[in-house]
Design a protein around this ligand. Structure first.
Ligand code: ATP
Ligand code: BTN
Length: 329
């Protein structure tokens, strides 16, 4: 981490309580002048989009404070099953993409149980090279590394099972109406709240390492309006009480660990019913667009392997490749 980044981190950690802090105290903390503090905070406002209030005679504050990620707070809320796993939390202030971090690490080491989290991503990725808007401090950008020994064919449906784990996490938090859109999105009230990106590294036939990437919008800044080209939403607007990102992270890890253990034993079949109960498109007319073709039909849920069943004029067709886009008509 560069000196400037370290100083930014110190500053924001101090201001995270939402109280006023004088320029003098902050200057002393960082060993720089009051004028330098003001400049640094101005730059942070621009680069990280954090609104910092400056009041004469009182100093600076972040109205409402910040809900920063904290490894100890996350660990304290892990359940016994998750604690039995070799989970290692790796928190970043800023990184290009938490998935990229783990894909890179997997080239030379085991990433089993490694959890990479970031306050923001500068190059967050969605499927097929799309951009995942990842502003500072408000959302969840999490990647979990896991090892599988029986080749990539046993991973069929994993991305959907992750969707079930995520939906269950939100239900545990009292959020209603979270629905899954095949193959990798979670929506509430038609707005995309979360996306899942699974990447594999290693031997296709035997040992491989998987990176499970999950992005969840918790508190989106207004800037998202211009940055995301489809309907989106975030969790906070569906909750009365403020949601702690540390709690969300721990509950999601608990669910992911439980899901992975069951997935390892039984594959996607164990999650098909749970997925279908939360299917956004069930019974709806949809179109599936591939690179060169499009199929129209009525979405009829997923089969035991996670393939999307489509009722077309020619009968039931099952779409297995996730490299297509599903749109409701
Ligand atoms: P499909 O996979 O069916 O084409 P999709 O349009 O959601 O669905 P994805 O590749 O799954 O495509 O997701 C990337 C897209 O998600 C981006 O192109 C953008 O429209 C949207 N997006 C980017 N960042 C966010 C975010 N933080 N929250 C919600 N949506 C986002
Ligand atoms: C999608 O909807 O296309 C998937 C979006 C996945 C975003 C998450 S955020 C954490 C992880 N790191 C990334 O770069 N992408 C995933």
């Amino acid at each position: 981490m560069s000196d400037a980044e370290l100083q930014n981190r110190q500053l924001l950690t101090h201001l995270a309580d939402g109280q006023f802090h004088s320029g003098e105290v902050l200057g002393r903390l960082l060993g720089i002048s009051r004028a330098a503090i003001w400049k640094r905070l101005q730059r942070l406002q621009e680069s990280a989009g954090i609104a910092i209030e400056r009041r004469h005679g009182k100093g600076y504050r972040i109205d409402g404070g910040l809900d920063l990620l904290d490894a100890a707070a996350i660990r304290a809320q892990l359940d016994p099953e998750a604690l039995r796993q070799p989970l290692r939390l790796d928190l970043h202030w800023s990184t290009d993409s938490t998935n990229s971090r783990l894909v890179e690490a997997a080239q030379t080491a085991s990433i089993h149980g490694l959890v990479c989290l970031a306050e923001r991503q500068t190059a967050g990725r969605g499927r097929r090279g799309r951009n995942w808007f990842s502003p500072f401090g408000g959302n969840l950008y999490l990647s979990l590394g896991w090892s599988f020994n029986a080749g990539v064919s046993t991973l069929e449906g994993l991305s959907l099972a992750v969707g079930v784990a995520l939906a269950r996490t939100l239900e545990q938090l009292g959020i209603e109406g979270a629905l899954l859109k095949w193959p990798n999105d979670l929506l509430i009230d038609q707005g995309k709240v979360a996306g899942i990106l699974i990447e594999t590294v290693g031997d296709m036939d035997s040992h491989c390492q998987v990176v499970i990437g999950v992005g969840v919008n918790v508190r989106m800044p207004a800037a998202a309006e211009a940055a995301i080209d489809q309907r989106w939403s975030d969790l906070q607007r569906h909750l009365a009480e403020p949601l702690s990102r540390n709690r969300l992270t721990a509950l999601l890890l608990n669910q992911l660990v439980a899901m992975l253990s069951q997935f390892h034993r039984q594959g996607f079949a164990a999650f098909a019913e749970a997925w279908n109960q939360r299917d956004l498109c069930a019974g709806q007319a949809v179109v599936i667009r591939g690179l060169h073709s499009a199929i129209e039909g009525i979405a009829c849920g997923v089969d035991q392997r996670g393939g999307l069943q489509l009722r077309t004029a020619a009968g039931i067709e099952v779409i297995r490749s996730g490299e297509v886009s599903l749109r409701m008509q």
